[in-house]
Design a protein around this ligand. Structure first.
Ligand code: G3H
Length: 338
């Protein structure tokens, strides 16, 4: 049930950085309990009120803002999902993933020893091998490559094959989208069986299940879909593909993280959360971190359990860090690429 009880606010500190340590083995094959789905209730006005105040009650400034922004960087799934992706733009993206913030800014912030990189590089299956190769060339093979499979209407058999091929090419994370037709018609068993099969096809790779919440119709469906994906073994639940009309928004995120919280309270499994689509500003990245801190706690505030799926957020974060270091905003040519 999504209620009004909130975690009490703690201070604005961000826990000491622990960046890019090895990803833990998938906590695969959770538990099934279909009766949970019968009692799902979402208090929509309360969710909306809570979402409206998320970005308004904390004011994170100066070095604390820089610390939050650097933490956000380590949680980014740096993404390119364009029809015209090539080996060379994937290679540039991978270089940026390994060196997300200019050296002089890192020095100015005294973070040289932190080894800051993004959380993962996210590409279509056909570009996984390019990304793995480029990260190796950049001496950054510790950064996982995630493969995004955005189709839910292909035959399951085809999708399973695509997952296996992406894993064989070196993908350590697989992002799949759930079957919205099943969800919209209440066929939760169907959603569960498909996600479970895809979980199995992933082997050791992590599975992120995209709910495509903009197409789920209502918040009860969002909550149920979150639970079903977690029961089927998802390591992360993710809001959107970035291609729906409405992508990552705070009210929907609140419903999803409360499902994660309930799932953890009932089973002891920690499932990660990934908002994706339309996240472009440094300020928003801080609000996302605040949401996680307040709703799930500091344990979730790292790349193991929280990712921001974004193709063009990094440039704004770098601009804010530039301002922190130099006291002025960078000209466009000073921060050429995100
Ligand atoms: O999963 C990541 C999203 O596709 C990225 O969406 P975006 O281009 O709006 O940042």
């Amino acid at each position: 049930m999504v209620g009004l009880t909130l975690f009490p606010h703690s201070d604005d500190s961000i826990p000491v950085m622990e960046i890019n340590s090895e990803i833990t083995v998938s906590q695969s094959f959770h538990i099934t309990n279909a009766s949970w789905l019968e009692h799902v209730y979402v208090n929509l006005p309360a969710v909306k009120r809570r979402a409206e105040t998320l970005g308004t009650r904390r004011c994170v400034k100066k070095q604390w803002q820089s610390a939050w922004l650097l933490r956000a960087v380590t949680c980014i799934d740096l993404t390119t999902l364009s029809g015209d992706d090539t080996a060379s733009n994937v290679s540039r993206l991978c270089f940026k993933a390994a060196n997300p913030v200019r050296d002089d800014l890192i020095k100015g912030l005294q973070m040289e020893d932190a080894g800051i990189t993004v959380g993962a590089v996210c590409v279509y299956p056909s570009r996984v091998a390019d990304a793995v190769k480029a990260l190796k060339a950049a001496n950054a093979s510790h950064i996982p490559v995630a493969s995004d499979l955005l189709q839910d209407r292909q035959l399951l058999k085809t999708r399973l094959e695509e997952i296996r091929m992406a894993v064989a090419d070196g993908a350590r994370e697989i992002d799949i989208v759930i079957n919205r037709e099943y969800a919209l018609t209440g066929n939760w068993r169907g959603v569960y069986e498909e996600v479970k099969a895809m979980r199995e096809a992933c082997g050791e790779a992590h599975l992120k299940t995209i709910l495509a919440t903009g197409e789920l119709g209502n918040m009860v469906n969002v909550y149920k879909a979150s639970l079903v994906c977690m029961m089927a073994g998802a390591d992360f639940i993710k809001t959107s593909t970035g291609k729906e009309g409405v992508n990552a928004i705070f009210p929907v995120a609140l419903v999803m993280v409360r499902a994660i919280r309930e799932y953890y309270q009932k089973t002891g499994y920690k499932v990660g959360f990934k908002p994706a689509g339309g996240i472009r500003s440094a300020k928003d990245s801080c609000t996302w971190l605040i949401l996680i801190k307040e709703e799930l706690g500091d344990e979730w505030l790292n790349g193991h359990l929280f990712r921001l799926g974004a193709s063009s957020l990094l440039i704004d974060i770098e601009r804010q860090l530039f301002h922190q270091v130099y006291g002025r905003y960078a000209a466009t040519h000073e921060i050429p690429m995100s």
